[in-house]
Design a protein around this ligand. Structure first.
Ligand code: SF4
Length: 1022
């Protein structure tokens, strides 16, 4: 019987030809073989497109055809191994094989799944274990390949011994039956469509069928560079005697854009010529991953609002499993109906993640982090439980899962408790399987929210339910493997491995009426008017191709087995890109991001340049003409780009603040129908409700409590000035930390206490270290610090803390050595070390500083006094690398030093001549910074003090400026203290910039990316 080919490039009408043949031969009950179940659905729809049923034809995948033939030939086919059973046999084969080269790696996670894939590839290529062994022996020096052959052999032996079958054995048996039994095929004609390549076992079947009936294969090929990757299939079929029946040409009329037709015909050709853009090709350059998805989404929304059916729009991503969830979620947020057609990793879903972490936590090497991950991903779990566990771990109260279990006693997390109660490995795996459904369903137990519906509870996400079903089935099958010969009872680590290597379909059912997000492979069969090819980045598309972890390219070459040779990756990528370019009938849009979300450059794909080169001689001019740019600055769509009330509300808030009237005026000016914008205004009006936005303080009790503060501290005032909201959270709400106090804070207080004790009881003859006794000072400091550390609960836990302590000793040593070298007559007065004021119960307390309606209290680290007993220097130790000089003190209103000098003068009756911060952790420049009297620095008692003195950042000032600085601090303290006591708090960081270290953004919810403008509404300080 003839083996006939229909050969043609994309858009040459191959699928139409196949359909016509199928329809013409319905009476002969033709069989059409296609790659996927989705292709089956598509051809079935097309066959019945006329409205009348097309009875007689069968459409199947190769896997189904193999099984059908085996059934038709009445072969007693053994039961087929499920994926976990197959993996278990692979593991048993590894355990039963004497390995040398692969001994170490065979015990690593991932080895068994990788071997499973390799065996499947060898079976599909009809490379039997003896052939692999023979090729390895012939290649010489192939110990690894010989061990792989032994593993393959052991697996097939175990499979046959268990009386089971797999895809490889079914294919082999079915083809043999077809060849041996002339009646095994009734003569039904066969058509094959949609395959880029055929595996050896598929080709064998096709050739066996061709011996019995007419077989027609549609091949996607034309003599073009872009289709070079598909030349192999045509050559192979011709070698097998296939004849070309139809040779189809590109049908230019498939598209309304001459530019698109030109691209489809000329891409990657030598000297292709150019064709001026006619609107068929567009480019989008965006900033950031989310920004790119939003930019593409806005264009798609425009098409839909102009009347395009969403089902006629396709978005292609080279890696939809990785990038698809972000695009799908952004599109949904824009109100675009979308279907992501991708296999997502099971452990990428909340259910999968929670189960994986449960298996790990309950396993022998379980870590508290695994248990936390399990609890956090289980939406049915009470969040307080995870918080409690996290805090116990962070504080060092629990170091293992067992510690946490002991502390929980009877209140163990339910899934972990059930796994612990299970008596065997099989029971444990079954318990985890049962947990899958509970985790997915429990959160909805009292309601049945519809997908996408906003509800009070957890929104229903269909993929989580699918993930639960997939995981439960997978684990149930795994639990059953103990019955297979050679297989041990499964363990939790095997369950974890099974979850890690499984995937789940992100979609189900038809995608009609929805924008589809696809891979290039799926896009080949997609018909659309508009195609968006997104994430066009260097290294992404063209991709680099996955390497086989067991049988690398070199090994494949040396073995010389043709079926194991891989396709040329660059040819494959060009083919896929061409396939995408040739799909749309109206527009093709390529998008990429010029930088990531942090602004780091991200080069675009060279394929974009290939397209630009085809659109004109002057590439720059062409690019300008067809490109829409949307940089990181467009964090939010413009009102005119809004796609639904929510997006419009975001856009309005970003551009006109929360003032609804301003928004209304803006919409009016932009010609946006106010009736249309009504929902958005309602949303922004709701969000401008003071109760929704954190602050200002309103509750009378709270206001009364703050107003009743009669005594404030300089530290507190400084904190309020830096950001009144941060002050409110840290000082008033004072959230309890999960972890112990951060090292710098913890160590800082110990260092202050040690220095106080050191100077209060000097170990030398003088009250400051001198060259002859500095070693005694250093030794004494270390003794004092050791004493304090010994009594500190948090003690020496962890290498980081030990390192911090060692570093601190070195820093203080440096400080003492430098002080010993300083020629100065200033000496600390013992009663002015750690001098408190405003604390009447402390010895020698001079009282609080009067500041109008309130007083100031605090503690000054140290005051040094001149021999005249009057002139004084206020010193403050800082355990930081840098401290503020005069200019910064004035600019940022750092009140502490000037106010302490005021205390020295007004309360302690001294004559302040300087206030200095000492940066104990500084590396190079360790000089004190602050404010000093120039006369004293130049020729006076401060001449031995190393200070910063240059024109720009001179810390030394004339007497008048010195006095002014002290008085200004007083005025500021009175003013800010009054505002603080009036309860004025706002999200108003200094200079509008939130420091990166501020941890309170989740509480204040200030949109850092948008900057101060967004905040200016209603803020007194901005
Ligand atoms: S994030 Fe900014 S506004 Fe919020 S508390 Fe911190 S500094 Fe203040």
């Amino acid at each position: 019987m003839p083996l006939e080919l229909i050969v043609g490039p994309p858009n040459s009408g191959r699928s139409g030809e196949v359909l016509r043949t199928l329809a013409a031969r319905l009476a002969d009950e033709p069989l059409l073989i296609v790659p996927t179940r989705d292709d089956i659905a598509r051809f079935e729809r097309d066959l019945c497109a006329g409205g009348s049923p097309a009875l007689g034809a069968t459409i199947r995948t190769f896997g189904a055809v193999f099984s059908d033939i085996a059934t038709a030939a009445a072969i007693a086919s053994p039961p087929r191994l499920s994926p976990p059973q197959r993996l278990a046999l692979v593991r048993a084969a590894i355990g039963a094989t004497d390995l040398r080269v692969l001994r170490r790696s065979s015990s690593s996670p991932g080895f068994a799944p990788a071997l499973d894939s390799l065996i499947a590839e060898l079976q599909a290529g009809l490379v039997a274990p003896p052939s692999l062994r023979a090729s390895a022996e012939a290649a010489g020096d192939a110990d690894l390949e010989l061990e792989l052959a032994a593993l393959y052999e052991a697996y097939e032996k175990l499979r046959d011994g268990a009386g089971m079958s797999d895809a490889g054995s079914i294919a082999r048996t079915a083809t043999k039956a077809l060849r041996d039994d002339p009646d095994a095929w009734s003569g039904r004609p066969v058509l094959v469509y949609g395959f880029d390549d055929l595996t050896e076992s598929q080709l064998e079947l096709v050739l066996a069928l061709a011996g019995r009936t007419e077989v027609t294969i549609a091949v996607n090929y034309a003599d073009r560079e872009a289709l070079a990757a598909r030349a192999g299939l045509l050559t192979r079929l011709r070698e097998e005697g296939a004849a070309v029946g139809e040779h189809l040409e590109l049908q230019h009329g498939y598209t309304t854009s001459a530019t698109l037709a030109h691209l489809s015909e000329s891409l990657f050709e030598v000297a292709p010529g150019t064709f001026a853009p006619d609107g068929g090709v567009k480019l989008i350059e965006a900033g950031g991953e989310r920004g790119e998805a939003e930019a593409a989404g806005i264009e798609i929304a425009r098409l839909i609002s102009a009347g395009t059916d969403p089902g006629e729009i396709v978005v292609v991503l080279r890696n939809p499993s990785r990038d698809g969830p972000l695009f799908a979620s952004v599109f949904r947020g824009l109100g675009i109906p979308v279907t992501l057609e991708a296999q997502l990793p099971l452990d990428g879903t909340a259910v999968g993640r929670s189960l994986l972490a449960l298996c790990r936590a309950a396993g022998e090497d379980g870590e508290p982090a695994d248990l936390l991950a399990h609890l956090r991903a289980d939406t049915a779990s009470y969040p307080g439980k995870a918080d409690w566990a996290e805090r116990a771990v962070a504080r060092g109260d629990a170091e293992s899962v067992a510690d946490l279990e002991r502390r929980w006693e009877d209140a163990m997390p339910p899934h972990l408790a059930r796994v612990r109660e299970a008596r065997s490995g099989v029971d444990q795996v079954r318990t985890v399987a049962a947990a899958a459904r509970r985790i997915a369903e429990w959160v909805h137990r009292e309601g049945a929210p519809l997908a996408g519906e906003r509800s009070e509870g957890v929104p229903l996400d269909a993929i989580e339910l699918r993930a639960a079903v997939t995981a439960a089935e997978l684990l149930e099958e795994l639990a059953a493997v103990a019955s297979l010969p050679g297989c041990d009872a499964p363990t939790l680590s095997e369950a974890a491995e099974a979850i890690e290597s499984a995937s789940v379909r992100s979609w189900l059912g038809a995608a009609e009426g929805r924008v589809r997000i696809l891979s290039p492979y799926r896009a080949r069969a997609a018909r659309c008017r508009h195609l968006f090819l997104c994430a066009m980045q260097e290294g992404v598309f063209p991709g680099r191709g996955a390497l086989d972890p067991l049988l690398g390219e070199e090994s494949r070459k040396r073995l010389g087995i043709p079926q194991l040779r891989r396709r040329e990756q660059d040819q494959e990528e060009r083919y896929l890109f061409h396939a995408c370019v040739s799909r749309p009938t109206e527009t093709l849009t390529l998008s990429w991001r010029s930088c990531d979300d942090e602004g780091h450059p991200a080069p675009r794909s060279p394929f974009v340049d290939e397209v630009i080169d085809l659109l004109g001689e002057d590439a720059d001019a062409v690019e300008r003409e067809v490109t829409t740019k949307r940089g990181l600055i467009h964090a939010v769509p413009m009102p005119s780009e809004a796609t639904n009330p929510r997006t419009l509300a975001r856009a309005l808030t970003a551009t006109a603040g929360r003032d609804v009237e301003a928004q209304r005026a803006m919409l009016d000016g932009a010609g946006i129908d106010l009736a249309v914008a009504g929902d958005s205004l309602a949303i922004t009006a709701a969000s401008s409700d003071p109760a929704w936005r954190p602050g200002p303080l309103e509750h009378p009790d709270v206001l009364a409590s703050i107003a009743g503060r009669e005594s404030l501290s300089a530290n507190s005032l400084e904190g309020w000035i830096e950001c009144s909201y941060r002050w409110f959270v840290s000082h008033e709400l004072s959230p309890e930390r999960l972890a112990p106090v951060a090292d710098p804070l913890w160590l800082g207080s110990l260092v202050h206490a040690s220095l106080h004790a050191l100077y209060a009881d000097p170990p030398g003859d003088d009250t400051i270290p001198r060259p002859g006794d500095v070693d005694r000072w250093i030794a004494r400091f270390n003794e004092i610090l050791d004493g304090l550390l010994g009594g500190e609960d948090a003690g020496f836990k962890g290498a980081d803390r030990r390192l911090s302590i060692a570093r601190t000793r070195l820093q203080v040593r440096k400080y003492l050595e430098e002080e010993a070298e300083r020629e100065t007559d200033l000496r600390p007065r013992p009663d002015l070390l750690e001098r408190t004021f405003g604390f009447p119960d402390k010895d020698g307390d001079p009282g609080a500083l009067e500041l109008g309606d309130f007083t100031l209290r605090g503690a000054i680290d140290r005051i040094d006094v001149a021999p005249d007993g009057s002139r004084a220097v206020v010193r403050d130790y800082k355990t930081s690398k840098k401290v503020s000089g005069r200019a910064k003190i004035e600019k940022e209103k750092k009140l502490q030093l000037p106010l302490y000098m005021l205390v020295a003068r007004d309360l302690l009756k001294l004559d302040p001549i300087a206030g200095l911060y000492h940066p104990l952790a500084a590396y190079g420049d360790r000089r004190g910074r602050g404010i000093a009297l120039r006369d004293e620095v130049k020729d006076g008692i401060l001449s031995g003090e190393p200070l910063v003195a240059n024109r720009k950042t001179d810390d030394a000032v004339e007497a008048e400026a010195f006095e002014e600085a002290i008085l200004r601090a007083r005025t500021d303290a009175v003013e800010f203290g009054a505002r603080m006591r009036a309860g004025q708090i706002d999200r108003n960081p200094l200079e509008g910039k939130c420091p990166t270290w501020c941890e309170y953004q989740p509480i204040c919810r200030r949109e850092r990316a948008l900057g101060i403008e967004e905040e200016s509404q209603g803020s007194d300080d901005s």
